[in-house]
Write a protein that binds this ligand. Structure first.
Ligand SMILES: Cc1cc2nc3c(=O)[nH]c(=O)nc-3n(C[C@H](O)[C@H](O)[C@H](O)COP(=O)(O)O)c2cc1C
Length: 203
């Protein structure tokens, strides 16, 4: 079963130490809300900056985290960390760190940080750092799509003052991006993208 598999991915072997104890039993509800066609999920996603003032269910958050945890990573070392910022003061500091973009203080604020020290490969440091940027970015992209599949909208924040954000989080890990999530005040239509013939360069 898809939902139980995706949950167990996050918590296998950690029965007693769940970070997000489920308030609801997810599987019966998942079928009603989950968009399972990956291509439709991709096609319909649209950045959202106006969120309703209501929480995202814990079981949906679990699925979003579990989806992030499925992303490919360099050498399989998972060179990234996710900070789930719940503290209002820290959120306010992150708003400042993100050039005062107010929606950074969304119902759910996730900061994806690089953790190159996890990438134990015998390559130059610049390559290892680049790997961890890609690890963090891919994980955030997977989380963003998973959220959309669950009816949760988001915006990706790349405009970050790294030092301010690190100070706010109390970490020496550099943030790659912030993902702001919540229920949209109004669902938006996906933006048109480039024509594929402009995008693809056959050589
Ligand atoms: C690397 C990157 C950085 C971004 N930074 C910001 C940002 O700082 N603030 C913001 O409001 N949106 C940001 N976005 C969201 C883009 O503005 C948005 O994805 C783009 O306009 C396309 O719209 P769509 O996501 O609805 O397709 C960023 C997206 C990416 C991928």
């Amino acid at each position: 079963m898809y939902p139980s598999d995706i949950f167990s991915r996050m918590y296998s072997g950690e029965e007693e130490s769940k970070v997000y104890p489920k308030k609801e039993e997810a599987p019966s509800e998942v079928d009603d809300v989950l968009q399972t066609n990956l291509f439709n999920v991709m096609l319909n996603r649209r950045s959202q900056r106006n969120f309703e003032d209501r929480d995202v269910e814990d079981w949906k958050l679990e699925m979003i985290f579990a989806a992030a945890d499925t992303a490919p990573t360099a050498g399989g070392f998972q060179g990234f960390e996710i900070y789930h910022v719940k503290n209002a003061d820290i959120k306010a500091k992150l708003v400042q760190a993100a050039n005062n973009q107010p929606y950074v203080s969304a119902p759910v604020t996730l900061v994806f940080c690089m953790n190159p020290s996890r990438v134990r490969m015998n390559f130059p440091l610049n390559i290892i750092k680049k790997f961890s940027v890609q690890d963090a970015t891919l994980a955030a992209a997977y989380a963003q799509l998973a959220a959309h599949a669950l009816g949760v909208s988001s915006v990706w924040i790349g405009m970050i003052d790294e030092q301010k954000a690190m100070q706010a989080l109390g970490t020496d890990l550099v943030p790659a991006c912030i993902l702001c999530l919540g229920y949209p005040k109004k669902m938006l239509q996906a933006k048109p993208k480039r024509n594929l013939s402009e995008l693809i360069h056959e050589i």
